[in-house]
Design a protein around this ligand. Structure first.
Ligand code: DGP
Length: 115
C-alpha cells in the first residue's frame, strides 16, 4: 500500500533522519536541510495539519505553542539580534511540504520584502 505520510510525518516517526533540536508532546523541531540563514529551524506539530488554511478554531492553542517554542529555540540558538518566523501557505506562498511548519530564520541580517 502506498505510504501517504508526509515527509515531516516520516521525520516525526523517525523513518527519515533529521537534526532534531526540540521535541515535546505537541511538536518537533529540526534543522532545515537547505538552510537559508545560519540558523534555519522548522517547528512541526505532531498533528498532521496540511496548511494554515486547514487550521480549526481548536488549533489556536497549538499554534500559540509553536510560537512559544520558536521563542525558546531562538534563545537557545542565541539569536539575540532578532529572527524571522514564517508559515508558507499554498502555491503562492511557495509551500513545498504540506504538513504545517513554522520556519525560524536568524543569524544574519534578513531583508524585506522577501521576494
Ligand atoms: P516550505 O517550502 O515552507 O514547505 O518548507 C519546506 C522546507 O523543508 C524547506 O525549507 C526545505 C525543508 N526540507 C525539505 N526536505 C527536507 C528533509 O528531508 N529534511 C529536512 N530537515 N528539511 C527538509
Amino acid at each position: 500500500m502506498a505510504d501517504e505520510r508526509t515527509l515531516f510525518q516520516k521525520i516525526i516517526d523517525r523513518d527519515v533522519p533529521a537534526d532534531i533540536v526540540h521535541e515535546d508532546e505537541r511538536c518537533i523541531a529540526f534543522r532545515d536541510i537547505n538552510p537559508q540563514a545560519p540558523t534555519h529551524l522548522l517547528i512541526v506539530p505532531r498533528k498532521p495539519i496540511p496548511t494554515l488554511n486547514d487550521l480549526e478554531p481548536e488549533d489556536g492553542e497549538l499554534v500559540g505553542h509553536l510560537f512559544l517554542v520558536a521563542k525558546q529555540l531562538a534563545a537557545e540558538e542565541e539569536l539575540t539580534e532578532g529572527y524571522r518566523t514564517v508559515f508558507n501557505c499554498g502555491d503562492h506562498g511557495q509551500q513545498s511540504v504540506y504538513h504545517l511548519h513554522l520556519h525560524v530564520l536568524g543569524g544574519r541580517q534578513l531583508s524585506w520584502p522577501p521576494g
